[in-house]
Design a protein around this ligand. Structure first.
Ligand code: FAD
Length: 397
């Protein structure tokens, strides 16, 4: 029997393998991963692992006991659906059902590739290369004030490095949050002693310094590029698996691709959100935990599972001493309400659509997040006055 072959041994791939066993799949499960390391979790890479507070973040999964065949250091280079095979350097691997879980690759800065001292932060190897930079207290320039840039800047300040963050947009988290919400978050940089330069473009990177378009030269013992990531799907070109303009595999509501018996999950796949009425590409941990359960259920049901994937997306970030959490999707909200003063240590923001909560951002207010998430899931109407009162629990009217 060919069994289920999973390409990519990150969070989504590992969780798919585990969920298959949990849900009673008894056939073979083969997990192929390009990296040589025991499968590991990524969020600690920009936090404890970077600071040397944790050696690694390997998943606590006994693959052998679960009967999961783990093949590491194996890069999959192609898919031939007609033969039901994927290709690797070590030869073809036949499948009965295939799961694409190849995650995402960080975008690189044009002209900075191969320049000594320029780093990305996606893999355990990246984190291992950055650790000595932090330990040495080098001056670092971070390109990009997104989630990764903020977390790296936090760790680097904690390690005592001089930190300059260069952001092309006029604010932090420009791709993720509206200006009025990003504004107070941008102030956290200076508070932590990091210099934030918004509206600043990198012209070139040389060993030891970064030159900006306006002529400024920033000394840089190291440069960390955190300007986003793109689904790792280049290897699927010509396979017949449909990809969107964002490079993501366009999965359906059960995470099936355009090719029979082929699923896609995690950072590499977009899915139609019935809840939000649009296609979502989510690059967060919880999506790589929840999606696999739906994939496994459908595989176990022989492709006719009843469960659809329609999550309330969730993520967290730890930056500048704050615990930031977000649930939902505010893209089509018609009202935004503050809960608390954004200048204070803790506050939240709620987004409503037609009197119902659709998203919540909580800074140091985990209870708002938990209650808000339930309210978003239930879709019950809320009283805007109560939502705006940080002293009142978030609940339906
Ligand atoms: P990945 O984790 O990228 O795993 C994919 C795996 O597939 C990789 O190991 C890759 O080597 C392998 N692969 C790729 N192509 C091939 C191929 N052709 N053949 C074989 N193998 C292949 N999310 C949060 O919600 N909160 C956080 O605080 C947070 N912190 C993060 C910090 C960092 C530094 C990073 C990088 C991400 C963070 N995330 C966080 C996001 C979260 O880690 C990702 O959403 C999650 O890892 C996605 O899992 P995945 O399995 O889809 O992809």
């Amino acid at each position: 029997r060919r069994g289920v072959v999973i390409v990519g041994a990150g969070m989504a791939g590992v969780q798919t393998a585990v969920a298959l066993r949990e849900q009673g799949w008894t056939g073979p499960v083969i997990l192929l991963g390009a990296e040589p390391h025991q499968p590991y979790d990524r969020p600690p890479l920009s936090k404890a692992v970077l600071l040397g507070k944790a050696e690694d973040s390997a998943f606590d999964v006994d693959f052998e006991e679960l009967g999961i065949e783990l093949r590491l250091g194996v890069e999959v280079t192609g898919l031939r659906p007609a033969d039901r095979e994927v290709d690797t350097e070590a030869g073809p691997v036949p499948y009965e059902v295939l799961v694409l879980a190849t995650g995402a690759l960080p975008l690189t800065l044009p002209g900075a590739d191969g320049v000594p001292g320029v780093h990305l932060l996606r893999t355990l190897d990246d984190a291992a290369r950055l650790r000595p930079v932090l330990a040495a207290g080098s001056a670092v320039v971070v390109v990009g004030a997104g989630w990764i840039g903020a977390e790296f800047a936090t760790a680097a300040r904690e390690a005592g490095c001089a930190v300059t963050v260069v952001e092309a947009a006029d604010r932090v988290l420009a791709g993720a949050l509206p200006a009025e919400v990003a504004e107070p978050m941008g102030r956290w940089y200076a508070e932590a002693g990091a210099e934030l330069l918004t509206g600043a473009r990198v012209a070139s990177v040389e060993p030891g310094r970064v030159l900006l378009a306006d002529g400024r030269a920033l000394p840089a013992g190291a440069v960390v590029v955190g300007i986003g990531a793109r689904p790792a799907t280049g290897w699927l070109a010509g396979s017949g698996v449909e990809l969107g303009p964002d490079g993501a595999v366009t999965a359906d509501e059960r995470l099936r691709t355009s090719v029979p018996e082929v699923y896609a999950v995690g950072d590499c796949a977009s899915f139609p959100s019935g809840r939000y009425g649009s296609r979502l590409l989510v690059h967060h941990w919880d999506n790589a935990l929840q999606g696999p359960r739906v994939v496994a259920a459908d595989i176990v049901a022989g492709g006719s599972g009843e469960q659809v994937y329609d999550p309330v997306p969730y993520f967290w970030s730890e930056q500048f001493g704050r615990f930031v959490q977000y649930a939902g999707h505010h893209g089509d909200a018609d009202a935004m309400l503050w809960r608390g003063d954004p200048g204070a240590d803790t506050w939240s923001v709620c987004w409503l659509r037609e009197g119902r909560l659709v998203a919540v951002l909580a800074v140091g207010r985990p209870r708002d997040l938990a209650q808000g998430r339930r309210l978003i899931e239930s879709g019950t109407p809320v009283d805007p006055a109560k939502v705006a009162d940080p002293g009142t629990a978030l609940k339906s009217t």
